[in-house]
Design a protein around this ligand. Sequence first.
Ligand code: PLP
Length: 465
Amino acid sequence: MFGTAPSAQQLRDWDDQHVWHPFAPMQAYREEAAPIIESGEGFELIDVEGRRYLDGISSLWCNVHGHRVPEIDDAVRQQLDRVSHTTLLGLSSPPSIELAARLVEVVPEGLNHVFYSDSGSTAVEVALKMAFQYHKQTNHKQTTRPAKGPRNLFATVGGAYHGDTIGSVSVGSIELFHRLYGELLFQTISVPSPVALRRPAGETADGYLQKCFDEVERIVREHADRLAAFILEPLVQGAAGILVHPPGYLKHVRDVTRQYNIPLIADEVAVGFGRTGTLFACEQEQVQPDFLCLAKGLSGGYLPLAATLTTDEIFEAFLGDSAAGRTFFHGHTFTGNPLGCAAGLASLKLFQERDLLRNISRNSECLSRMLKPLQVHPHVAEVRQQGIMVGIELVQDRETLTPFPAARRTGHQVTLAARRRGLILRPLGDVVVLMPAPAMPEHQIQQLCETAIDCIEEVTERRAG
Ligand SMILES: *Cc1c(COP(=O)(O)O)cnc(C)c1O
């Protein structure tokens, strides 16, 4: 039965019959004959029919150095020759130890402890539980006032995305998720996203931003005795549509949370590993969070690996006699998997050896230059960019910001047009996302931009009506 490899057609049939794809309207998915990717080479993906595609979204924002990178492949192979998996529950392993030590060297100062998991959602989930438990075990001795009730409230930013497990959905505010799963979620309090494009009618951009800064202060002050933590995506809200925060906002959130002794959770799952122009986004405003969540690019985008880093102060609240029950009762079967950690180490080494930050800076300039024509396109509301993260928001009418009718799936149509031209994209609604890998060479950045512009022209002209 397992004698011969299945044909392309057989794979297509089985895919339709048996594979339930994530975040996919399955009925539409089946009608579309999506590429079945068989291999990768550099920054290209190759499907079972031999067609090549430029990977314009870093395989969902995680790939860093390209595909089949000899150095990372070798590191994983060498680890395969030792052992593929052992547990971190009660045991340890060289790759998980070395990666933790290397991470502590490169992240913002003060984050000395690394807790592994396997996805961005779980990295966030870990931070939420740790923050909650930290307060239980310290009785929040730093504040003057005793808590009025359980310290189980989390402050979040409007439109945030922190993952899709129940805890991470609770602290997110993607409208659709809350409509569907609201009854399963715990309570949070949110501040408005400091992004002026869709500010309320009658407000100036400056006035709106000032209000957003003030709201951080007000919410934290009013709920200071109930807050377990404040969580945010530093600099860029990814899944909300690549929303770029104004300078100083992150610093402001840190200053206010410090003033009230509220732990800050920086979710750098998307923005980490160079995407915003620095290795970590927090560096740009000299911010030291109490928790740092990493995933996507942590293993170079090779294997499911995540980490939640935290401070001595948090960690020490979990010490004490084992009978005292201060243990952090959390840990997945594949926590700190040695293959993932070996890939992570090799990726970090390459990042430094190849001076990727220079490449990122060049690519960031190239993206701005190439995408400039879109800034005056009649169906583009805004081209948002921070480093090598780009969101191009398509609208029916640029002046009134009237969106295209949702049923047209305009963003999705751009993705289909891109496939026909040998480019993989994935939109966020009608926001076309360009998320090239940090190591992509400039000529492929140009190809990415040229093709994306062609697709946007084709789809908006045909559909403008
Ligand atoms: C992708 C993402 C997550 C979730 O990561 P998964 O690995 O998909 O669980 C969490 N936070 C942010 C900011 C993300 O972009």
